[in-house]
Design a binder for this molecule. Structure first.
Ligand SMILES: [Zn+2]
Length: 66
């Protein structure tokens, strides 16, 4: 049971929707990785960086204040 739950939660983390500017649609990011972005005043922000599965455009999703 625990192993199954771990598998499911991992899938949820991997599935990350972001807006693709090329497709003009929301897509599930491929190769989503957590990255640090520098915001205003040197504030670090967590963001997810990935690729659009259709056109390969780099997509970002800002996770908000970390
Ligand atoms: Zn796209």
């Amino acid at each position: 049971m625990l192993a199954l739950f771990k598998m499911i939660s991992r899938q949820i983390i991997k599935t990350m929707e972001a807006y693709c500017v090329k497709c003009k649609a929301k897509r599930e990011m491929v190769d989503a990785k957590e990255v640090d972005m520098k915001g205003k005043g040197g504030v670090k922000r967590k963001a997810m960086k990935g690729k659009c599965p259709k056109c390969g455009t780099t997509m970002f999703r800002i996770m908000g204040k970390a």
